[in-house]
Design a binder for this molecule. Structure first.
Ligand code: NAD
Length: 479
């Protein structure tokens, strides 16, 4: 699909820098080579951090809210101009559907514009604690932010952190995911083309293993880590950051339950949950991964859900007929195949996923299970496979919804407004959708309880991870 092989370099102080050696980027839908990238090293990460540090300490970036707004609006315009090219690259490198890739790109444009607006209204507050005594709470940029990005939504998840970081006045070093370096490079070109962006404010270092990420986490010159990825890596980062006591924003894994009560509109629920579970082939942190169904509607719901999952056409993201794209790679295809076997052993496999002739594809699976303690229920599976569990009453529904270590998102399907309100309060998760699943946008905070993370991105609270509060006290007094 791509006319020629692409190349992704590192980006430091406004210059493109080759990495050490080259690594391949491949298309998960057919295994073809798309291009190459130069993985960085710990030394290159240190170099990028030094540039970001000096730019933060020695230039007026942190004190220039209008400049920062201009950069974010320019970034949005450049992403918009390159929208179709970026979406095609996401499809090629990540395997998701063209409409999902376009939606992701549009989401990133929206994030950049949202935080461009907020850049000019970073509000502090002043109180007169006694006559003539003024306490001013200034909100100041936290310093150098390292942004570590996963592969599953490489554009949105970058801009979701980069937007508030730049709006707050931080300088940045980005570490993209090794699976999606070419997509990332195209976004970096958009940043490079922003006429108002001072050199050294945004830097980026690729990598293949974990050397660059670990160097950023260990660096004393980095003030904030904004990490999106798995809970296991998040815990490693938290331990690694302890020595330098960094601020941490951790957007981690999820195991979102969808609770379907007996009065729910089943047609609407099945429609929502087919999309909510199978978007990006289930490789999204907020995917519906557990269907908790009232026992009285279990048979009807299961029959309808099985029909809906069976009807989904799995195929290349670039094919307009496809309704679900590929997994990120063949390793994950084998991993999901093993999980399907485990589901057949531990529960009742209702719909068995299958591979296609070539590419990292896996069609949807559904299984029934009663054992909440099973790893199949407790672990994030990150693929197109969903469990069906039952409950007798509202109390049991809430207990089961809260039974995993995750707390990222959940949905509740019912026509009873009081019940919807009660249950949304009782479920311990950062986002609850009522009668729908999977709505994310720049204005509304997202983040996790418990093992799903620390802090919030999106919305005004997304700025908090990149700001310090300084209390300045003036005792002028009055006579
Ligand atoms: P991952 O944790 O394997 O990797 C994420 C990033 O961390 C990559 O850039 C990777 O190279 C880097 N990394 C790996 N080890 C590191 C280390 N020791 N130190 C520093 N950096 C390191 O996750 P993934 O497989 O790329 O992404 C999928 C995961 O991300 C899923 O668990 C998913 O739920 C989660 N996720 C969460 C959110 C959210 O908003 N909460 C959004 C998207 C994805």
């Amino acid at each position: 699909m791509l006319a020629h092989l692409l190349n992704a370099d590192n980006y430091i102080n406004g210059e493109w820098i080759a990495g050490s050696g080259t690594a391949e980027s491949t298309n998960p839908a057919d295994g073809s080579v798309l291009g190459h990238y130069g993985p960085g090293t710990a030394a290159l990460a240190d170099q990028a951090v030094a540039v970001a540090r000096e730019t933060f300490d020695q230039t007026g970036w942190a004190a220039s809210p209008r400049l920062r707004a201009a950069v974010l609006f320019e970034l949005a315009d450049r992403l918009e101009a390159a929208r179709d090219e970026i979406a095609d690259l996401i499809v090629a490198e990540n395997g998701k559907l063209r409409r999902e890739a376009l939606g992701e790109t549009m989401g990133a444009i929206s994030e950049a514009r949202y935080y461009g607006g907020l850049a000019r209204t970073i509000l502090g507050r002043t109180i007169e604690t006694a006559p003539g005594n003024f306490s001013t709470m200034n909100r100041e940029a936290a310093g150098v932010a390292a942004i570590i990005v996963p592969w599953n939504a490489p554009v949105t998840l970058l801009v979701r952190s980069l937007g508030p970081a730049l709006a707050a006045g931080c300088t940045v070093v980005i570490k993209p995911a090794p699976q999606t370096p070419l997509v990332h490079h195209r976004v970096m070109r958009c940043l490079h083309d922003c006429p108002s962006l001072p050199k050294g404010v945004v830097n980026s270092v690729n990598e293949y293993g974990t050397e660059v990420g670990e160097a950023l986490v260990a660096s004393d010159a980095v003030d904030v880590i904004s990490f999106t990825g798995s809970s296991a890596t998040g815990k490693r980062i938290m331990a690694g950051a302890a020595k330098t006591l960094k601020r941490l924003s951790l957007e981690l894994g999820g195991k979102a339950p969808a609770v379907i009560f007996e009065d729910a509109d089943l047609d609407a629920a099945v429609r929502e949950l087919t999309g909510g579970a199978l978007v990006m082939a289930g490789q999204i942190c907020v995917a519906a991964t557990r269907f908790l169904v009232h026992r009285s509607i279990e048979r009807d719901f299961t029959a309808r859900m099985t029909a809906a999952f069976s009807a989904v056409r799995t195929g290349p993201g670039a094919d307009p007929q496809s309704q679900m794209g590929s997994l990120i790679d063949l390793t994950n295809q084998s991993r999901i195949a093993r999980i399907i076997e485990q589901a057949a052993d531990e529960g009742e496999l209702i719909l068995r996923g299958r591979t296609l002739d070539r590419g990292a594809f896996m069609t949807p699976s559904l299984f029934r299970i009663d054992n909440t303690a099973s790893e199949l229920v407790q672990q994030e599976l990150f693929g197109p496979i969903v469990s069906i569990e039952t409950f007798e009453d509202e109390k049991e529904a809430v207990t089961k919804a809260n039974a995993t270590r995750y707390g990222l998102a959940a949905s509740v399907f019912t026509h009873d407004l009081s019940r919807a309100t009660r249950v949304s309060r009782a479920i311990r998760a950062g986002t609850i959708w009522l009668n729908c699943h999977g709505r994310l946008f720049a204005e509304g905070e997202t983040g996790g309880y418990r093992h799903s993370g620390l802090g919030r991105l999106h919305g005004p609270e997304g700025l908090n991870d990149f700001l310090e509060t300084k209390h300045v006290y003036l005792e002028a007094g009055v006579v």
